[in-house]
Design a binder for this molecule. Structure first.
Ligand SMILES: Nc1ncnc2c1ncn2[C@@H]1O[C@H](COP(=O)(O)OP(=O)(O)O)[C@@H](O)[C@H]1O
Ligand SMILES: [Mg+2]
Length: 371
């Protein structure tokens, strides 16, 4: 997958950006606060995913403007496509199109322009809170199966309703039987999500494990395990839906008392986690900073490799300020592993030995473009 043209104007501080990126490495150099991350974020938004820095749509528009305009012409193994977007402070004036065909929401762009982004926060993936790992796995799966994100939204909606009811029950409003309808939906959606996440984690473990071994020259090994808050062991019956749904439902019913007391749903996919082991030991609890970083990098690289394998398209890689955070061997490893993909790299200083097209960014503009 290659972005051949990219334009942005009025997206945060970006002004009149109009690039013809190289098919290989593109390096964006500039001082702090010049708009380098904004540029990667603008590309990322066209992939249809939520902002990787949590920016809401309104915040994407320049402080002193009314609109943000984005456009990309990109080529995958099948065809050349064009995405155009106009974001307005008035959501009714939002204009999105793919090859000239109107789309209502950014999520409608999902699955077209495939990107994988690496940010400095990602280096904290194994060390950080379970929430980060949950949303990482959700994103990885959504990129492969865009419909999965809709199931997750439905689950979140049911969870919200169930939690509201639990709070009411604590105040003696309603009866426990009112939970039936939510528990039943939650079990169905939750069982499905658990299985998909379990299966993805298995694959991620395989890929990230290989990468980690290579990164440590075979000295250490990495394994991931999906930790369900409902199922003890999923390895034996991942396709037995009736059985899985029943166990989920029984577990929800069994924890009703506890849930009412807590005021929220104490078990379910929203509480699951992924455990990461290096040499059989939890890297979060006992690993060094270096081991945690290597584990996180291996997981992110594995995301790109699995996406590539499952969709038969190489994603565009966005590396935001990650290289400066890494030592030379990890830096060279990551670049060598991504060498066949189109990459956009931001950094404050020119990284020696990094060949590619160079852009200088200042005040939201891309200055002299040179090869
Ligand atoms: N909505 C906005 N309108 C205009 N400027 C913005 C907006 N949101 C953020 N910025 C500006 O973008 C700059 C940060 O850009 P960023 O891409 O994070 O810089 P860096 O080059 O360090 O990656 C800040 O100066 C900030 O004020
Ligand atoms: Mg930045």
């Amino acid at each position: 997958m290659i972005i051949k043209e990219f334009s942005a104007d009025g997206f945060k501080n970006l002004k009149n950006i109009d690039l013809s990126p190289a098919p290989g490495v593109n390096v964006i150099i500039g001082e702090n606060a010049q708009g380098k991350t904004n540029l990667l974020e603008a590309i990322w938004i066209l992939s249809g995913a939520k902002s990787f820095r949590g920016t809401k749509e309104k915040e994407m528009i320049s402080f002193d403007g009314e609109y943000a305009r984005l456009g990309a012409l990109f080529e995958d193994s099948q065809r050349v496509q064009r995405i155009e977007a106009v974001i307005s402070k008035n959501p009714r004036e939002r204009r999105l199109s793919v090859n000239g065909v109107k789309q209502r929401y950014f999520s409608g762009l999902f699955g077209l322009l495939k990107c994988v982004v690496f940010t400095p926060e990602d280096l904290n993936l194994t060390k950080g809170p379970p929430e980060a790992r949950r949303s990482f796995i959700d994103l990885c799966i959504s990129q492969i199966k865009p419909a999965y994100s809709k199931t997750v939204l439905k689950y979140e909606n049911v969870l919200l309703q169930r939690n509201t009811l639990l709070k009411n029950l604590a105040l003696r409003q309603g009866t426990e039987a009112d939970l039936d309808i939510w528990d039943e939906q939650m079990a169905r959606l939750g069982a499905y999500i658990s299985v998909i996440k379990y299966q993805y984690t298995k694959k991620l473990s395989l890929y990230a494990g290989r990468l980690y071994s290579e990164l440590t020259s075979g000295k250490e090994d990495l394994k991931l395990e999906y930790r369900s808050s409902i199922y003890e062991d999923m390895s034996n019956f991942t396709d037995q839906w009736a059985e899985l749904t029943k166990i989920y439902l029984d577990s929800l019913i069994a924890s009703r008392g506890e849930d009412i007391a807590a005021g929220f749903t104490t078990a379910g996919v929203h509480r699951d986690d992924v455990s990461v082991y290096v040499k059989g030991i939890s890297v979060k609890d006992y690993g060094s900073q270096g081991q945690n970083r290597s584990a996180a990098l291996s997981m992110k690289l594995a995301q790109a490799y699995i996406l590539c394998e499952e969709t038969a398209e190489m994603p565009v890689i966005l590396l935001d300020d990650v290289l400066s955070e890494l030592d030379r061997s990890r830096r060279e490893f990551i670049i060598s592993k991504l060498k066949d993909m189109q990459i956009f790299i931001t950094c404050c200083e020119p990284v020696a030995r990094l060949k590619g097209k160079r852009y200088e960014m200042s005040g939201g503009r891309v200055l002299n473009k040179q090869r």
